[in-house]
Ligand binder design. Structure first.
Ligand code: ZN
Length: 85
């Protein structure tokens, strides 16, 4: 499956969370590397959107929507740091 970079999910995060987290720096819970979320691999399918670590391929974030709600799972990230507005 072809992948995009993390910026491909910028709109989905902004729509769901109210801000774009791809400008943030995060730590992978799998390999513990720290990187900008724009520098990840993203997969967009009809079932949902997945962000994976470019280094160890762990799932960092998942966004899945149905008619009623959107689920956002960020459990693959130990933490996020974002620039203050
Ligand atoms: Zn990793």
């Amino acid at each position: 499956m072809n992948h995009l970079d993390g910026n491909a999910l910028a709109g989905a995060f902004a729509e769901t969370l109210g801000f774009d987290i791809t400008a943030a720096t995060g730590r992978c819970a799998g390999c513990r590397r720290v990187f900008e979320l724009a520098n990840t691999r993203s997969f967009v399918t009809a079932m949902g959107k997945v962000m994976r670590c470019r280094h160890c391929d762990s799932v960092l974030a998942v966004i899945v929507s149905n008619r009623q709600e959107t689920l956002v799972n960020l459990s693959g990230l130990s933490y996020l740091t974002m620039p203050r507005p």
